[in-house]
Structures are given as structure tokens and as C-alpha cells.
Design a protein around this ligand. Structure first.
Ligand code: ATP
Ligand code: MG
Length: 405
């Protein structure tokens, strides 16, 4: 069925009292940007509900997109007809017929926001219900838990019919919890961490470290493609690529190999903090999980975290790998994440990283480096890309894949 409108019910935000207006405005903005390639669509975010007028845009595609926007409890696609009972009857029969199966039960539930309409809700229920029963053989009425409830809403500009409530993504509208940086590698965990941050309303910007020529253009594109996978939840995401080659070469040259990883991570964190401060970010998210690898012991986290006082948030910290993978599959980042492109950390991974690095040791080795100069030059080389829904960076992924094999 080609619907004309989608009625959206808000999620948790209904309980947020005086911030309500901000939440609704932000959700409206997010829905508009998530639908930026449907130019005829009009979004009206009211206090209690949002109405999306399709104006001929493909409702199936819009519905799929809408399922991913955080801050929506559920929504109902509906069809508008003229304020004419005959038109409502015909459309009601068409709707029920489309879903009909043997033994199906239904009821009509009418609401009027326009109380001047000639018939009241009981009269409308009876007229429409009776007509549908006559014209759909085999259909039965059931007041309690019918298979289909046909909702009819009489408004001043027309009468709206709908029969399903589609579950929304829940969570809070992205942006209502402020902005933060996500350290995005090409791995499985960090995209999941990003998804979870967005679900709680955080507007994330991706920070990705790459080390040409040790890492390829394809590895960079993979990180961008992962970012593109997360855009449907918000519409667009800024992708910040940070050149990391000079730092990695210097660290490798000047730091004992047991501390390579710790010091590299300290640089990553300093750079991410600097970018956050410059761009209005309030916190740093990453994909660290306890116990997965050498860098993910509490000692290691402490030694790395030593360089910043900004909150470093780790949404997947206590999840098992399998739990993380489940979410990665749900958000469709898993297959991309496991593509075998080299990451700057794997290229420069020491053979035996310290699993219990000492903070003073890390500080001491760094005191021999030109930390400020290295940071400044990396920041000077930063490039920002605005990534939108539908953008693609690995068009030749299959080809690239086969070349790797
Ligand atoms: P992931 O699956 O996210 O890569 P991981 O289990 O492989 O995580 P590490 O490689 O130790 O763990 O990385 C820990 C975290 O450090 C990552 O989740 C990510 O947030 C950050 N990180 C690692 N490499 C990069 C990179 N090249 N650019 C940005 N952040 C990175
Ligand atoms: Mg990794």
C-alpha cells in the first residue's frame, strides 16, 4: 500500500519535562536529515506526535529508514482520504483486503480531533465496520485483541486510516546528549560502541588514525564505509582522519618495544582529546572491552587514560565478544569489520606488549620524545569528511577482497 503519511509516537522523551521542546526539535531535525534524499517529504514535529507527509515518496523505503532513527517509540503509516465517509469505506476495504487471511478478526477504532464532523465516533465505527464486513467475506468482528485494528482519525484536513504500529528504534534523539568523539578503528568493537553511544542521544564524530604507506587507502575506506553504515541513525556523521605515521615511526624507533602499544595509545588519546576540545566534544568513546587483548587490562587502561581528564566511555567494556558480534550483525557492520585490511595498530604491534604497563614508565619514555611537536603535526594533517546516508567508499570491495586472497 502506498501510504500518504506516517504518524510517529515519541519514545522516552515524553517524560523529559521542560527539555521536551529541544528533544522534539532535534528529532525533527534528525528525521529530516535521515530522509535528505526524499525531497518531497515534509516533517512536522508537534508536541505530542510527529507527522511525516510523504507527498508521493515511496513509503516502504521511508518506513525502513524511519525504523533506525533513535527517539521513536513506534509509528503508524496511514492513508489520507477526503472527509467523505464513502471514500473512507472504500479505502478501509482496500486496506483490510491487502492483509486478509482466512479467519481474520478486526475492529474499527475512530478518533475525532475535529468535533464538528457530521458523525460521531460511534456512528463512524458502525458505518465503516459494517461496510467492511459486508465487503470482505470471511472477516469477523472482535473487540478484544483482534488481528487488525483499523484506526480512523478525523482531522480538519482529511481522514486518516492506519492499521499497524511499527516498532521504532527507541533510545534518545541523537544530539540531545551532546557531542563526543568515537575512536573508530576498522574492527568489530568500535562501530558497536558508536551505535550504543548514539542510542543514548550522543552525537558522535569519528576519529580514525591511519598510517600510510603502512596502511592502505582501502583500510581508510573501510573505516569510512563503517561510518556510512552508522549514518542511518542520525543522517550524517563527520569522519576525521588523523595521519599517524610519523608518531608510529618515532615511537617504534625511540621506545622499548614492550611499551610501543601503550605509548601509541596515549598519543591517540591525546589527539582525540585535542580534536574534541576543538570541535565541542564533551567525552571520548572507544571500543575497549576488558580482557580481550593486551591493551585491554585495567592496568593498561589506566596507563593510557593517564593523558586525559576527559571522560573516556567504553560502552562495550563488560560485554563478551559474542554479545558484541550479535549487535555488529544487527547493525550490519560485522561483515565489513572482518574484511582483512591492515590496521595501523596491527602493523606496528609489538611482539610482546606489556599487559601491565606502569604509568611512570610510560611517562618516562615519552619524556624523551617531542610530544607537542608530534601532536601538532598530526593535527595539522587532519582531514574531515561529511559522510551521509547512502555514501559508499568500497564500491570495488569484492574486487579488493579477491585481490587480498
Ligand atoms: P576494535 O574492534 O574496535 O578495533 P579491538 O578489540 O580490536 O577493537 P584494539 O585494537 O585494542 O581493540 O582497540 C581498542 C580501541 O582503540 C578500539 O575499539 C578503538 O576505539 C580504538 N582504536 C584502535 N585503533 C584505532 C584506529 N586506527 N583509529 C581510531 N581508533 C582506534
Ligand atoms: Mg582493533
Amino acid at each position: 500500500m502506498q501510504y500518504t503519511e506516517i504518524m510517529v509516537r515519541y519514545g522516552e522523551l515524553s517524560t523529559k519535562g521542560k527539555n521536551r521542546r529541544n528533544f522534539i526539535d532535534r528529532l525533527g531535525f534528525n528525521v529530516r536529515s535521515a530522509m535528505h534524499d526524499f525531497p518531497k517529504l515534509v516533517v512536522k514535529a508537534h508536541r505530542d506526535r510527529m507527522h511525516i507527509y510523504l507527498n508521493g515518496e515511496d513509503s516502504d523505503k521511508v518506513i525502513e529508514r524511519l525504523k533506525q532513527v533513535f527517539g521513536i517509540q513506534n509509528f503508524s503509516p496511514s492513508v489520507r482520504v477526503e472527509r467523505d465517509v464513502e471514500a473512507v469505506k472504500e479505502k478501509a476495504v482496500e486496506m483490510i483486503n491487502e492483509k486478509f487471511f482466512d479467519g481474520m478478526t478486526f475492529k474499527v477504532n475512530t478518533r475525532r480531533s475535529d468535533h464538528h464532523f457530521v458523525y460521531d465516533t460511534n456512528e463512524l465505527n458502525e458505518m465503516i465496520g459494517g461496510y467492511v464486513l459486508q465487503n470482505v467475506p470471511g472477516l469477523k468482528v472482535k473487540m478484544k485483541n483482534p488481528d487488525i485494528t483499523l484506526r480512523v482519525e478525523v482531522r480538519c484536513d482529511g481522514i486518516y486510516l492506519s492499521h499497524e504500529k511499527i516498532q521504532g528504534a527507541g533510545g534518545l534523539p541523537v544530539g540531545t546528549a551532546g557531542r563526543a568523539m568515537l575512536m573508530l578503528s576498522g574492527g568489530i568493537d568500535s562501530p558497536v560502541a558508536g551505535y550504543l553511544a548514539m542510542k543514548r542521544g550522543v552525537d558522535i564524530e569519528m576519529v580514525h588514525f591511519f598510517s600510510p604507506p603502512y596502511t592502505s587507502e582501502q583500510a581508510l575506506n573501510k573505516a569510512k564505509e563503517l561510518t556510512a553504515k552508522l549514518t542511518p541513525y542520525v543522517g550524517r556523521i563527520q569522519f576525521i582522519e588523523v595521519p599517524f605515521t610519523e608518531i608510529q615511526e618515532t615511537v617504534k624507533h625511540d621506545v622499548p618495544s614492550g611499551y610501543l602499544m601503550t605509548i601509541q595509545r596515549r598519543f591517540m588519546l591525546r589527539l582525540t582529546e585535542a580534536l574534541a576540545k576543538k570541535r565541542g566534544g564533551l567525552a571520548i568513546f572507544n571500543g575497549e572491552a576488558l580482557g580481550q587483548v593486551a591493551s585491554q587490562t585495567l592496568e593498561s587502561m589506566a596507563a593510557i587514560n593517564d593523558v586525559t581528564t576527559m571522560p573516556v566511555l567504553r560502552p562495550v567494556v563488560s560485554m563478551d565478544k559474542n554479545e558484541i558480534i550479535k549487535i555488529a550483525q544487527k547493525i550490519d557492520t560485522f561483515d565489513l569489520s572482518i574484511m582483512p585490511f591492515e590496521d595501523c595498530c596491527t602493523v606496528f604491534a609489538p611482539p610482546a606488549p606489556k599487559t601491565k604497563p606502569k604509568i611512570d614508565r610510560a611517562r618516562y619514555y615519552e619524556s624523551r620524545l617531542d610530544v607537542d611537536g608530534l601532536i601538532q603535526r598530526a593535527l595539522d594533517g587532519v582531514k574531515v569528511t561529511n559522510i551521509q546516508i547512502g555514501d559508499s567508499f568500497l564500491n570495488d570491495s569484492e574486487q579488493a577482497f579477491s585481490e587480498l586472497l
